[in-house]
Design a protein around this ligand. Structure first.
Ligand SMILES: [Zn+2]
Length: 392
C-alpha cells in the first residue's frame, strides 16, 4: 500500500470537511439554485376535491386558540392558479375577512422567509436572514414563546425541515438562518408540545455530537419518523421528523401536511388554556423559484386541504381564529390562461426570486374583522398577541 504524504492526506481531509460544512449550511437552500430550474408554465389539470362551506362563528369576540397558516411564497398568483386547477374553488373561499400585508424587511424592499417569518412571529421588522432577532441582533420573544409562557399549548407543522427559516422564527433566536444545528438545539430550550416536519439531520447528525432526538425522548417527547406513526398519537408531547432534510415535493410527498395538521390540532386542543399553532405550506416557494406551475399548483392545493382541516375544527370549536397568509410572494406569478372545467392553468413569471408585492391575509373566526385592509406584516403578530392577551 502506498502511503500518501501527510500534507496530501491533510489536504484531502480539509476538502472533505469544507465539503461537509458547506453542505450542512447550504444544503437546505438547493431549491434556489438556478441549475435546478424546472421551468414549466402549464399545469395540465387533474382531479378535483370537494370544498365544504363553513359558517364563521359569531358568538365570541376573542379567540381562545389561533392557527396561523403560512403559505411560503404563496402570492395571489399561486392561490388563483390552484383555484383554477380545482375547478374554480378552494377552502380559502370560506374566509370573508381579507386584507393585504406589506412584506418588506428592515433592510430590503424584497424580504426573505427569515425576516418575514420574524415579522409574523414577533411583530418587528428585521434584516433578511435574521431568525427571531432584531436589526441589532438582540433576541425578540415570538408569539409562541409568549403563548407558552402564559400556559397555552403550542405547536409547529411544516413540510420543509422544521429548522428552515419560517418555522425557525417561531422557536429560535439566532443571527443567521443557515445555523440549522443551533436552531434545532433551541427546540430543547422550549416546552413546545408538538412539532412535525423534516430535518432529522440537524437533530441527530451534528458537529457537537449531541443527539437531540434522544434528548427530546428524555424530556418526554414521543419522537416518531413516519406519518403513519405520527397520526396514531392521541396524547402527550410529539416530535415528528419525517425527512432527513425537507420532505419531498408534491405529489411525491403524499399525504403529510393534512394528517400532521389533524394530529397537531388533536393534541393541542386538549389543553384548558387554549393553543397557538403555526402550519406552513413551506414548499409552495420551492417550485415558484423554478417557475414550475405544476409544482406551485400541487403544493398550494395540498396547503388548501390543510386549511380545510383547520376550518372544520374552527367551525365546530367556535373559539378558534384562523389566519392564512404568505411570508412573501415568489416568482411574480400570474395566470394567463386557464380552464375551470379541466383545471388546466398556464402561469407566467417575472422572476426566479421573491417579489416585493403585498400578499393577501385571510381571517376566519373570532377577531377576524381585525385583519382587513392594508397592514404591515408585523401588525399580524401584534394583532394576534393582542387577541390572545399576550404581553411581550
Ligand atoms: Zn423562497
Amino acid at each position: 500500500m502506498i502511503k500518501s504524504p501527510p500534507f496530501l492526506s491533510q489536504l484531502i481531509l480539509s476538502i472533505l470537511i469544507i465539503g461537509c460544512v458547506s453542505f450542512s449550511v447550504y444544503g437546505q437552500e438547493e431549491y434556489k439554485d438556478p441549475k435546478n430550474k424546472a421551468l414549466n408554465e402549464t399545469y395540465p389539470g387533474g382531479s378535483f376535491y370537494e370544498v365544504q362551506n363553513y359558517v364563521q362563528p359569531k358568538n365570541h369576540k376573542r379567540p381562545k386558540n389561533i392557527i396561523l397558516m403560512i403559505g411560503d411564497g404563496m402570492g395571489f398568483g399561486a392561490v388563483y392558479s390552484a383555484m383554477t386547477a380545482n375547478g374554480g374553488h378552494l377552502f380559502l373561499e370560506n374566509f370573508k375577512n381579507i386584507g393585504f400585508s406589506k412584506t418588506y424587511s428592515s433592510d430590503n424592499y424584497v424580504t426573505d422567509s427569515a425576516a418575514a417569518g420574524t415579522a409574523l412571529s414577533t411583530g418587528i421588522k428585521t434584516y433578511n436572514g435574521a431568525i427571531g432577532v432584531d436589526p441589532d441582533k438582540k433576541p425578540v420573544p415570538n408569539i409562541r414563546d409568549l403563548a407558552e409562557k402564559k400556559g397555552l399549548k403550542t405547536g409547529l407543522v411544516t413540510t420543509s425541515a422544521i429548522t428552515h427559516a419560517t418555522p425557525a422564527t417561531f422557536i429560535a433566536h439566532v443571527t443567521s438562518r443557515g445555523s440549522y444545528e443551533d436552531i434545532a438545539a433551541e427546540f430543547l430550550k422550549t416546552n413546545i408540545d408538538v412539532f412535525i416536519g423534516g430535518g432529522i439531520k440537524n437533530f441527530e447528525v451534528r458537529k457537537d455530537g449531541r443527539n437531540l432526538s434522544n434528548e427530546l425522548k428524555d424530556k418526554g417527547y414521543q419522537v416518531l419518523y413516519t406519518i403513519e406513526d405520527i397520526q396514531k398519537v392521541q396524547s402527550g408531547k410529539l416530535a415528528g421528523l419525517t425527512a432527513q432534510q425537507h420532505n419531498e415535493l408534491m405529489p411525491k410527498r403524499g399525504e403529510m401536511l393534512v394528517p400532521s395538521t389533524q394530529t397537531a390540532i388533536r393534541l393541542l386542543s386538549q389543553g384548558k388554556k387554549g393553543f397557538f399553532l403555526m402550519v406552513e405550506g413551506s414548499e409552495i416557494d420551492f417550485p415558484a423559484h423554478s417557475n414550475s406551475t405544476p409544482g406551485v399548483v400541487l403544493e398550494t392545493l395540498d396547503f388548501d386541504k390543510a386549511i380545510g382541516v383547520a376550518l372544520k375544527f374552527a367551525a365546530e370549536n367556535r373559539e378558534t381564529l384562523i389566519i392564512v397568509t404568505a411570508d412573501h410572494e415568489t416568482g411574480g406569478m400570474s395566470t394567463t390562461a386557464g380552464d375551470y372545467k379541466t383545471g388546466k392553468v398556464i402561469a407566467k413569471y417575472t422572476t426566479g426570486s421573491h417579489t416585493g408585492i403585498a400578499v393577501p391575509v385571510y381571517a376566519f373566526g373570532p377577531g377576524a374583522e381585525e385583519f382587513t385592509g392594508f397592514m404591515e406584516n408585523t401588525d399580524i403578530a401584534k394583532k394576534m398577541m393582542k387577541l390572545l392577551r399576550l404581553n411581550p
